[in-house]
Structure formats: structure tokens, C-alpha cells
Ligand binder design. Structure first.
Ligand code: ADP
Ligand code: ASP
Ligand code: MG
Length: 457
């Protein structure tokens, strides 16, 4: 059994869904379970209409919903013959009625809670999975729509819910496995789940990759395939460097660091379930399915180059905590981290001196409250619009003088923090956000020209 996940662009219109059907047909012998994202941009639009409704702007919310309805009808119309489409039109229509009712409810209450946000956001994957399933069935794929909310059980941390592994695995074994065993192709939406009590949840933006890994691990898949719009994991974001190279093979650890530090092609949590069950993950291009993509696995061949890739994560805030009189006395760091814990804010990069600590966090609206809390301990300053740049490679630990080469290249760039991770496979530093493209292009030119042919395409 294998899991095949198609991202937003890979199901964005009828041509894309048609391509996905052909790709799945080519793998029927491997018993695929298919996970789909919402059609490209739909989640953003759903969140916009939810916010509009929350602000009392009923007209905008319902107008956006009408746009989505037309797009889904049109796509389904192009994919299905007239007879099939008439029947399917009613099914989609019921979902859109429910969405509009929900939006009107939000307007009436005048408040948008995380729980209601999840209800709205979940429509993206609910709709796309139904459209894809209908299209697959019309192409003789023997597909079967599975409501992910009946399988992926999560806690109730709305908008970033964590899966409950045991419950989820039990449900997957009873709801999905028998379908596969009977030669069906289950089609389910990524990103969504529900609490034990049945309340709809979502697992965080970009989370369909994670859903694929959860399902893959739960069903002991042979492989997890992430079908997207680029040829695989590349040496850097091809949007920044069009000459980025495909990485043929990369370790779980390297891929996890890259995903965590901004390589959007993979959701950071994706590799975790895969590592636990040692299931290889492949990143593949649905527009170029003959390309071998990237294989992510526990063991990979040695690479001559120090780095496999560069990633950047924007919208970072640096928080400087200075304790001039206390020095970094016993218990001080603990008190700082306890404050972060109380505000449920995760720290990415930390560097300390004798009298101060600098930390980076994703920019968010809770920072002023956190800073006020920290100010009880020490002097606090914070500054947004920063970015983390991260160079990743297993070979980094065996390459002396590498930091000097990197920072030598960037001698004119103001580097705010530096950290060479405990994992020894990343070199991370913090710069101004608007310097990201220039810095990445320069480093890419220097470190990704003479490449190990075994590892890079
Ligand atoms: P999907 O909708 O299929 O989940 P995403 O948009 O989430 O796709 O991720 C794919 C995008 O990730 C690519 O189009 C590319 O712009 C971006 N990206 C960023 N860093 C990398 C990288 N190192 N390798 C490949 N793609 C990257
Ligand atoms: N549709 C969701 C999002 O846009 C999940 C995903 O595409 O992975 O965040
Ligand atoms: Mg994605």
C-alpha cells in the first residue's frame, strides 16, 4: 500500500485533476490511498470569508462563497459527463448551502472563534476530495470517498490541532484499510480531522502533507508520495533561484530541518510519522510525473558538498532579554522559557551571552503580552521583519572552516544571530527580512555550482 498526496496546485482545476487521475492509475498495483488538499488558494479564500463574516460583512462573505461555488461547479462540470454532473451538483450544492448558513451564523453572532474558523476552513478539503473522488470514479478508478473527520482524531487545539495517534490508527484500520483490501482507491481530504467528540478541526496551514504521513504511518504504507508543482526538494526555493537543482536523495533529518526553516514544499511535521515507521517519502511533480523527484529516507549516500540546500523563514521577531545585574544566574533561563511556555510561543533560534539572551519566534500578535511578562525579569526589546536563513547538510559536521566561508561571502550583510545547531547538520543565522533573496542567491551561487552528481540532478 502507498499514500499519494496531491497538493493544491495539483488539484487546482479540471486539467490538474485529470493529470492526478492518470498518475494514480499508473500506480494501482501498489494499492494507493489518495489524500488531497483544497484546490489552490481555496483555504485562503475560506479564511478571508470567515473573517469578513466575523466583521459583520455578510455581503463580502457570501460573494466570496459564490465565487468558490462557481469554481467547484465548473471544475466538476468539466470533469464529469452531464448525467453524472447533475447528480453531483446536488451534493456540492448541499455543502455550499451549509457553508453559507455557517457564514450567516458567524455574522449573526458577530464573532469568529478558532473553532468556527476550522468549520469554515474544512470546506476546502471536504469539497476537493468529493470532486476528485467523483472524477476518479468517472475514470473507472474504483475510488471511494472517505470523510477524513471520521479517521483523523485530534485534540481540540483548533487551527493547529495535534493528531491522537492511537485513536487515529484504529479508525484508519477500520475505515480505510478494508477499502484498500477490497481493491478500492480511498480518496480523502488532508488538513482536516475532528476531536473525539466529533468537532471539526484542522492541523495547521500546509498540513495535508502531514495528513499523508499520518495515514501512511497508521496503515504501514510502503511509501508516501507528496505530489506538488516542482520537481522535488530543490537546493533552494526555485521562486528565489530559478536555477535551483533537484536533490535526488536527502535524509529525514535534513528534510526536517529544511521544512522547519521555511522550505514550504514539505510541512515540517511530515517526516515525523515517516521516521517512526521508517517509511520513505518521495516529493514528485504532478506536471512532470516522469521525473524521479526527491527521495527522503533514513539512510542516504554520502554527499561531497557541505550543504544540500538553503531555506529561509520570514516573518520572524527577535526578542532580546538583557539582565545586566543578574548575569545569567541559575534559574534565569528557566524563568525566561517558562514565560514562553505560558504564552505557548515556540522558540526557533537562541543565542546567549553572559548578560543577555536573544531568541527568535514567528511574528504573532501575542508577542507584546509575552514581552510584558518577560519585562518582570529583565530588560526586553523586540524587533520584527527578520528572517532565519538555514544551510543544511549532513556533511557540514565534517567540513572545517565552513562558517568562515559562509560569513566571508556575506561580509557586508548585518547578521543578527548565528547558531550552528545541536544537530550539527544546520548552520543558521538571522538577517533583515528584505535581504533574503539577495543573500540566498549569493550563497546558492557559491555553494551549489560544482555539485555531487550522485546527490543532485
Ligand atoms: P502544495 O500545494 O503542492 O502543497 P506548496 O506550495 O505547499 O505545494 O509547496 C511547493 C512550493 O514550495 C514550490 O512551488 C516552491 O515555490 C516552494 N519551495 C520552497 N522551498 C523549496 C525547496 N527547497 N524545494 C522545492 N520547493 C520549494
Ligand atoms: N489547504 C490547506 C492549506 O492551504 C492544507 C494544505 O494545502 O496542505 O493550508
Ligand atoms: Mg504544501
Amino acid at each position: 500500500m502507498i499514500v499519494m498526496k496531491f497538493g493544491g496546485t495539483s488539484v487546482q482545476d479540471s486539467q490538474a485533476i485529470d493529470r492526478a487521475a492518470t498518475i494514480v492509475k499508473g500506480r494501482l498495483a501498489q494499492k494507493p490511498v489518495v489524500i488531497v488538499s483544497a484546490m489552490a488558494k481555496v483555504t485562503d479564500q475560506l479564511l478571508t470569508m470567515a473573517r469578513a463574516a466575523g466583521n459583520g460583512d455578510r455581503k463580502t462573505a457570501l460573494r466570496l462563497s459564490r465565487g468558490l461555488r462557481e469554481r467547484h461547479y465548473e471544475t466538476a462540470g468539466e470533469l464529469l459527463g452531464t448525467a453524472l454532473h447533475t447528480e453531483f451538483h446536488t451534493i456540492l450544492g448541499e455543502d455550499f448551502e451549509a457553508l453559507d448558513e455557517l457564514l450567516r451564523g458567524i455574522v449573526a453572532v458577530g464573532e469568529l472563534t478558532p473553532r468556527t474558523t476550522d468549520h469554515v476552513a474544512a470546506f476546502g478539503e471536504m469539497l476537493s476530495s468529493k470532486v476528485v473522488n467523483a472524477a476518479f470514479a468517472a475514470r473507472d478508478l474504483n475510488s471511494f470517498h472517505v470523510d477524513s473527520r471520521k479517521c483523523i482524531v485530534t485534540d481540540s487545539a483548533h487551527m493547529r490541532a495535534a493528531p491522537l495517534v492511537e485513536e487515529t490508527n484504529d479508525r484508519l484500520k477500520s475505515n480505510v484499510l478494508p477499502l484498500v483490501q477490497n481493491g478500492r482507491v480511498p480518496v480523502m481530504g488532508g488538513f482536516i480531522g475532528s476531536t473525539k467528540a466529533g468537532v471539526t478541526t484542522t492541523i495547521g496551514r500546509g498540513g495535508s502533507d502531514y495528513s499523508a504521513a499520518i495515514v501512511g504511518a497508521g496503515l504501514n504504507a510502503e511509501r508516501i508520495e507528496i505530489w506538488t508543482d516542482v520537481d522535488g526538494m530543490m537546493t533552494t526555493d526555485p521562486g528565489i533561484c530559478p536555477d535551483a537543482h533537484r536533490i535526488k536523495t536527502i535524509s529525514f533529518d535534513e528534510a526536517a530541518e529544511l521544512a522547519y526553516f521555511g522550505a514550504k514544499v514539505l510541512h515540517p511535521a511530515t517526516v515525523l510519522p515517516a521516521i517512526q515507521k521508517n517509511i520513505p517519502v518521495f516529493v514528485l511533480n504532478s506536471r512532470n510525473p516522469v521525473c524521479e523527484g526527491t527521495r527522503i529516507a533514513a539512510r542516504v549516500p554520502h554527499c561531497r558538498n557541505p550543504f544540500k540546500a538553503i531555506a529561509a523563514k520570514k516573518r520572524i521577531t527577535i526578542i532580546d532579554v538583557a539582565a545586566p545585574r543578574m548575569l545569567l544566574a541559575h534559574g534565569f533561563l528557566r524563568a525566561i522559557f517558562e514565560a514562553f511556555d505560558r504564552h505557548r510561543i515556540a522558540v526557533d533560534v537562541v543565542s546567549t551571552s553572559e548578560v543577555s539572551v536573544s531568541l527568535t519566534v514567528d511574528s504573532n500578535e501575542s508577542i507584546p503580552a509575552l514581552a510584558a511578562d518577560l519585562a518582570k525579569l529583565a530588560d526586553v526589546k523586540y524587533e520584527g521583519r527578520k528572517a532565519i536563513v538555514c544551510l543544511v547538510g549532513e556533511n557540514l559536521r565534517e567540513t572545517p572552516g565552513i562558517a568562515a566561508r559562509v560569513f566571508g561571502e556575506l561580509s557586508d550583510v548585518k547578521i543578527r544571530m548565528i547558531s550552528q545547531g545541536a544537530s550539527e547538520i544546520n548552520l543558521t543565522f538571522v538577517i533583515e527580512e528584505d535581504e533574503v533573496p539577495g543573500v540566498i542567491q549569493r550563497l546558492h551561487k557559491v555553494f551549489f555550482t560544482d555539485l555531487d552528481q550522485e546527490i543532485f540532478a
